[in-house]
Write a protein that binds this ligand. Structure first.
Ligand SMILES: [Zn+2]
Length: 137
């Protein structure tokens, strides 16, 4: 059960393992920043809310795929994302994501669904479902 903020760095090996499975790499495709919303604003990435703790984008003109994660995933933001996932995939499956490692795994796969599986930002439920299935949930 997640009961506190998640330090993303504590799960970096797991993130790296997932990225490489989908042809992405830690040093090329992941950015950790104190504030993804500010990062997006500075880089001119549209439709990212200032409180977002994770998003993905394709850099232009390099076409580099990027996942942007907050260095710290605040407890309240995590709970609010879990509520969305609960709505997307149902309570029974969502309960299995209520540990820091599982949450980060699902979040990484969710962004991969957007970047690699080409699910749009409007297909949140589909991305949540795909990510859970990749975890065997
Ligand atoms: Zn999404």
């Amino acid at each position: 059960m997640i009961s506190t903020d998640i330090l993303t760095k504590n799960h970096i090996d797991k993130i790296s393992e997932i990225l490489s499975k989908y042809g992405l790499a830690l040093d090329k495709n992941l950015i950790l920043t104190p504030n993804p919303g500010t990062w997006a604003r500075d880089k001119g990435v549209q439709n990212i809310k200032i409180w977002d703790i994770a998003f993905s984008t394709t850099e232009h003109p390099s076409e580099r795929k990027l996942i942007i994660f907050s260095e710290i995933m605040p407890y309240n933001s995590v709970r609010s994302i879990l509520s969305r996932i609960d709505f997307s995939i149902g309570t029974r499956r969502c309960k299995k994501l209520d540990s820091p490692e599982s949450f980060i795994t699902h979040l990484t796969l969710h962004e991969i669904a957007h970047l690699v599986k080409k699910m749009t930002q409007e297909e949140e439920e589909k991305a949540d479902d795909w990510a859970a299935k990749e975890m065997g949930i």
